[in-house]
Design a protein around this ligand. Structure first.
Ligand code: ATP
Ligand code: MG
Length: 409
C-alpha cells in the first residue's frame, strides 16, 4: 500500500470562478510546507481535491504537523492508496486497512464510497453494502451504524483506490498569497506575532518591519525578532523583515518633545516609516498587535492619534482581545516562549513615568513641529540604512543594507 494524504479545504471551495487560483495557491503552500520534511512528496490537484502522495519513506508525525500549518487546509486525511485489482481484492484491502488502524474491534462503522470514475462496475450504494458485508464477515464484533458510526471508512474510487477514516484538523483560513500583502509592525513582544498570524490566516502575505534602537536595544533583541519571524514563516512562507535603525529619531524626539508624549510621537513615526516601506513594496495595509486599553498608547484616544498619520488601512486583529486570549493563541502557534525572553524593546527604554492616555491630536501635532529642523532627514536616513533580512522557516539570508528590495530577489 502507498500512503498519501487527502487534503480538505473549506472556505476556498466557495470562490466560484477564482477557485482554481485558490487551489493553486494552496498547492504551492503545501509544497513549501513539505519542503522541510523528510521524504519526497507529490502534491496534485484533481477534481476539486488535493492529494499529497508520499514517494518515499516519511515521518508521519512531522508531515502531519507541517500540513497543519498550511492556511486553507481544513482537514488532513491520512490515506492508504491501493491498486484497483477487482472488488474482491478491495474487500481484502479494506479489511487489512481496518485491522491495521483499529486493534480494538468492538466498534460501529459505516462505509462511504465515492466514485470519481464512473466506469467502475459497482455504484457507490452497492460498494457500501457489499464492502460492509465483507467487513462484518472478517470482524464479527463490529456493527454497522449509519447515523453515528465510530469509524467512517471512506472509499474513493479513482485511477487507484483511496481508503481513509480519520480527519485531523487543519488551521482553516485561506491560502497565503490569495489576498495581497500586509506590512506587520513586528516587535519582540507577545502581541504582534499573533497579529501577523491572524492576518496571514486570511490569505495575506506578510512582510514585517522592526524598529531597532542600538545600543538601547541589543543584538539579542533583534535576533529575537528574527526568531519570531522565523516561527511565523512556518505558516506564512518567507518573510521580508525590514530592520529600521530608529535610535537617532528616538533621541531627537526625546530631546525636543514633552516626555509624557514620547511614546505616542514615537509610535506616529513608526507608523509613518512603516507606511513608506509598505508603499514601496506594494503592501496594502499595516498590521499591528494593538488591543484597546492594553497600555497608555492603546487607549481609543491614543489609537486615533496614532492612526491619523497613515493613509493605508491599519489592521489590528487583536483589537478586542484580552491579554490572556492573546497569550493562549501565542502558545498555540509557538511564539510565546520566544516572546517572553527578557530582552528589552525600544519602547520600554524611552517610556515616561506618566505617559498621556488621552492625547490631543492638535497638541501632538504642535509638539511635532519642534522636530521640523531635522526629522525629515533622519527619516530618510533611517529608510536608506534599512537592513533587509529574508526569513524563511529553515535558514536566514541577510541581504545587508539595501533599499531597492524587490528587484533583488
Ligand atoms: P507587542 O507585544 O506586540 O510588543 P505591546 O503590548 O508591547 O505589543 P506596544 O509596545 O504599545 O505594545 O506596541 C504596539 C504595537 O506596535 C505592537 O504590537 C507592534 O505591532 C508595534 N511595535 C511596537 N514596538 C515595535 C518595534 N520596536 N518594532 C516594530 N513594531 C513595533
Ligand atoms: Mg512591544
Amino acid at each position: 500500500m502507498l500512503s498519501s494524504f487527502l487534503i480538505k479545504y473549506a472556505e476556498i471551495g466557495v470562490k466560484g470562478k477564482n477557485r482554481h487560483l485558490f487551489e493553486e495557491a494552496l498547492v504551492r503552500q503545501i509544497r513549501y510546507a513539505l519542503k522541510q520534511c523528510e521524504g519526497e512528496f507529490q502534491v496534485s490537484r484533481n477534481q476539486g481535491r488535493i492529494y499529497v502522495d508520499a514517494l518515499s519513506d516519511f515521518d508521519y508525525g512531522e508531515t502531519t504537523e507541517r500540513l497543519q500549518t498550511v492556511f486553507g487546509v481544513s482537514g488532513i486525511c491520512p490515506t492508504e492508496v491501493v491498486e484497483d485489482l477487482g472488488f474482491e481484492r478491495l474487500c481484502q484491502d479494506a479489511v487489512s486497512f481496518l485491522a491495521g488502524r483499529y486493534p480494538e474491534k468492538d466498534r460501529s462503522f459505516k462505509v462511504e464510497a465515492r466514485r470519481a470514475r464512473k466506469d467502475y462496475p459497482l455504484d457507490s450504494m452497492e460498494i457500501n453494502a457489499r464492502l460492509g458485508g465483507a467487513i462484518l464477515d472478517a470482524f464479527p464484533q463490529m456493527r454497522v451504524d449509519v447515523h453515528k458510526p465510530d469509524i467512517l471508512l471512506h472509499v474513493e474510487i479513482r485511477e487507484k483506490i483511496y481508503l481513509y477514516s480519520d480527519i485531523l484538523p487543519g488551521p482553516g483560513g485561506m491560502p497565503v498569497g490569495t489576498n495581497g500583502k500586509g506590512m506587520l509592525l513586528l516587535s519582540g513582544g507577545i502581541d504582534s506575532p499573533v497579529a501577523g498570524y491572524m492576518i496571514a490566516k486570511r490569505g495575506v502575505k506578510i512582510d514585517a518591519v522592526y524598529f531597532h534602537a542600538p545600543p538601547y536595544t541589543s543584538e539579542r533583541a533583534k535576533q529575537k525578532v528574527v526568531d519570531l519571524a522565523r516561527i511565523l514563516s512556518a505558516y506564512t512562507g518567507p518573510i521580508y523583515l525590514h530592520i529600521i535603525h530608529f535610535t537617532e529619531i528616538q533621541l531627537y524626539i526625546y530631546d525636543k518633545c514633552p516626555h509624557e508624549e514620547l511614546t505616542i510621537i514615537m509610535r506616529r513615526y513608526m507608523m509613518r516609516i512603516a507606511e513608506r516601506i509598505a508603499k514601496e513594496t506594494e503592501a496594502l495595509g499595516l498590521i499591528t498587535g494593538e488591543s484597546i486599553g492594553q497600555v497608555a498608547s492603546q487607549t481609543m484616544h491614543s489609537l486615533a492619534v496614532t492612526n491619523e498619520v497613515c493613509d493605508l488601512p491599519v489592521y489590528r486583529p487583536l483589537i478586542g482581545m484580552d491579554k490572556q486570549e492573546i497569550v493562549d493563541l501565542s502558545e498555540k502557534i509557538g511564539t510565546y516562549e520566544t516572546s517572553i525572553l527578557p530582552y528589552e524593546d525600544c519602547c520600554t527604554i524611552f517610556v515616561a513615568k506618566h505617559p498621556v492616555t488621552k492625547p490631543n491630536a492638535g497638541v501632538i501635532r504642535k509638539h511635532e513641529r519642534n522636530l521640523e529642523e531635522k526629522i525629515d532627514e533622519l527619516v530618510e536616513t533611517a529608510l536608506k540604512t534599512k537592513e533587509l533580512v529574508i526569513v524563511t522557516h529553515e535558514e536566514r539570508e541577510s541581504m545587508g543594507f539595501d533599499t531597492a528590495l524587490e528587484e533583488k530577489v
